[in-house]
Design a protein around this ligand. Structure first.
Ligand code: KE4
Length: 426
């Protein structure tokens, strides 16, 4: 089933670390050989051995319309034919910036960059520059890309690899990053109290997606907003994953909490290297060339990625989120039925078009709960689904995603495969 991928992996490992360009793709936590993908269309991936998969990774979120959407492809083709990059301002960048601003509550000004990591590291620099404070608070299990300030008990790949603090991150850097627990407002308050007037920003995924999908509980976001207002720390929503995925206006709209700053990525680039950060005008005007906080990028706002991102957002009207919600409801109801009918020790969370199946019966509200998962059984489930043509995230510490290219028949087919795969591993 994977002969060609196995051969390609052997060859790839000679020239690239792990044979991949991002660690989680190597399947090290689930074992086995990662399928080398040759093309994708709609809800499907096709690998080098001719296997077809129903895709719930969607290149880690961007392919919310499905893969190779004809209008996104056409927009990118037209843009690249006119020149891939000018290193100069363009009309299209204004249109994308205005589209983002029109959707995200309290977002007045944005800067386009090339990756979620770049967006998050820039937003943190802005928060420090604007407040004159050095420390940041992040949450165990939350992932904000691989900038040094964030690789402190990071989630996603770093967590999966069991290396919460990456070598190469200096003690000096680590000292300015404080760790709290998601959904535990007391843990945040304690850090604020212990570091009076020193916390520049609290950065979080408003819905965790890098330690599995964990929604905020009990007005956690509202309490964080109040705590920031009281302490002078800025509230920074990392919506790289949730932005324009869980609602038309992202998690901020869904939960009615407006941050001071946002980061965006994935969906906003339509599958191309594009991300953004933005927020209150008085803060964003600190960014060069308006202000002294520096950030720059050769390919920032490049025409091809902007064309793909703008087309993607324009295709995501409010009815698209109704479609995604209905698909999510169908998937969730099916999973709940399977778990209850069989008494499986599993729990699930979903918020709009992102979801997780946790291999623990613990009610998951934070990163420590995810650590109780039976990873061996998850790994066997993962491969049982892969053999059945269902491509899930190769880690318990990731989320699954839905696209408008999925439909009810596909959801029902996947639920059938899920029931069979669970029966195989239990
Ligand atoms: P990138 O630098 O990978 O574009 O974005 C970093 C990032 C920032 N913030 C959040 C909430 C994110 O989820 C991410 C990246 N997510 C991972 C998957 N969980 C990307 C996949 C990978 O690392 O290969």
């Amino acid at each position: 089933m994977f002969q060609e991928s196995e051969a390609l992996l052997q060859r790839a490992q000679k020239s690239m670390p792990g044979g991949v360009n991002s660690p989680v793709r190597a399947f090290r936590s689930v074992g086995g050989t990662p399928p080398f993908i040759e093309r994708a269309e709609g809800p499907y991936l096709f690998d080098a051995d001719g296997n077809r998969y129903i895709d719930f990774v969607l290149t880690w979120g961007p392919a919310i319309l499905g893969h190779a959407h004809p209008e996104v492809v056409a927009a990118a083709q037209a843009a690249v034919a006119a020149g891939s990059s000018f290193g100069a301002p363009t009309r299209a960048e204004i249109e994308l910036a205005e589209e983002i601003i029109s959707r995200a509550p309290g977002c007045d000004v944005v800067r386009l960059v090339c990756s979620g990591t770049e967006a998050c590291m820039s937003a943190i620099r802005l928060a420090r520059g604007a407040t004159g404070r050095d420390k940041i608070i992040k949450f165990r299990g939350c992932y904000h890309g691989h900038a040094d300030s964030f690789l402190i008990a990071a989630g996603s790949g770093a967590l999966t690899l069991g290396v919460p603090n990456s070598p190469g991150v200096t003690e000096g850097t680590a000292r300015d990053t404080l760790l709290a627990d998601f959904n535990d407002i007391a843990s945040v308050q304690a850090l604020i109290d212990a570091n009076p007037d020193q916390v520049a920003a609290i950065i979080l995924e408003p819905i965790c997606g890098n330690t599995g999908c964990i929604p905020p509980q009990d007005d956690f976001l509202q309490k964080l907003r109040a705590l920031c207002d009281d302490s002078g720390a800025l509230l920074l929503f990392d919506e790289v994953m949730t932005g324009f995925r869980v609602a038309y206006g992202g998690a901020a709209e869904r939960y009615g909490v407006t941050p001071d700053l946002y980061t965006f990525g994935k969906v906003v680039g339509g599958g191309f290297p594009l991300a953004a950060y933005g927020g209150r005008e008085d803060l964003m005007r600190h960014m060069a060339p308006d202000g002294p906080v520096y950030q720059a990028g050769t390919l920032s706002g490049n025409p091809v990625a902007v064309a793909a991102g703008l087309t993607t957002l324009r295709l995501l009207d409010r009815s698209s989120y109704d479609t995604l919600e209905a698909l999510s409801d169908r998937l969730g109801a099916g999973m709940t039925r399977i778990i209850e009918d069989n008494g499986y020790p599993l729990s699930t969370h979903r918020v709009g078009a992102m979801f997780s199946l946790f291999f623990t019966e613990t009610h998951v509200v934070g990163h420590d709960d995810v650590k109780t998962c039976d990873l061996d059984r998850f790994n066997r489930f993962f491969h049982a689904m892969l053999r059945r043509g269902v491509y899930l995230a190769p880690s318990q510490f990731e989320a699954g995603f839905l696209a408008t290219a999925h439909d009810e028949a596909l959801i029902d087919e996947v639920l059938t495969h899920t029931e069979a795969a669970l029966a195989e591993v239990f």
